[in-house]
Design a protein. Structure first.
Length: 186
């Protein structure tokens, strides 16, 4: 992959972030049309040639139901348009909390998400601060989990917060180790 071959596109979940990523890489954000039919179905079209290009799709999956479908349709359209590779950049990985079968008759939702993305033709997944890093083990494709810790610490330092008067919370037992690491570094 060369940077000349790289194209970045945004779904509707976080266009500002996608624009900032493109600007940071000194790239233009790719042109894509996404419309919603009256019945709620989506229509997606890449408005530029992506044949033979390395396509990066930035789409969070918070508000998961709609954003996941939009992402999978964007992946499918890129594959059908003969993109060389398709990488999904998912800042928030929806359905990441259900990473194991902890009771009868429940899905392993994070595995289902990865299977869907892989089946659609995704070549690589990039996400941030997974709820549980074991989710990466479900993937048969490269799966990069990036950590926001260093950026977050810089932002906290810029705010001049007093560490002794600060509290780090964990939303559940699965996030305790990560939260303890954050607290220790503060």
């Amino acid at each position: 992959m060369t940077q000349n071959n790289l194209k970045i596109f945004s779904g509707r979940s976080n266009p500002l972030l996608a624009k900032q990523i493109a600007q940071f890489l000194d790239r233009d954000l790719g042109a894509i049309s996404i419309r919603t039919f009256s019945d709620g179905e989506l229509w997606i079209k890449y408005e530029e040639n992506i044949r033979g290009h390395d396509v990066f799709i930035v789409q969070s999956t918070n508000g998961p139901s709609e954003n996941i479908i939009e992402l999978t349709l964007m992946v499918d359209a890129a594959v059908r348009a003969s993109a060389d590779t398709v990488t999904v950049v998912i800042p928030y990985f929806g359905y990441g909390r259900q990473d194991r079968k902890d009771q009868p008759r429940v899905p392993i939702s994070s595995r289902v998400m990865i299977d869907i993305l892989t089946a659609m033709g995704t070549d690589r997944i990039i996400t941030m601060d997974l709820h549980s890093t074991q989710i990466q083990g479900f993937a048969k494709i490269p799966f990069d989990n990036l950590y926001s810790r260093s950026v977050l610490f810089d932002a906290i330092k810029d705010e001049n917060l007093e560490p002794d008067n600060s509290v780090v919370l964990a939303p559940d037992i699965g996030s305790v180790k990560m939260s303890q690491g954050y607290a220790k570094n503060l």
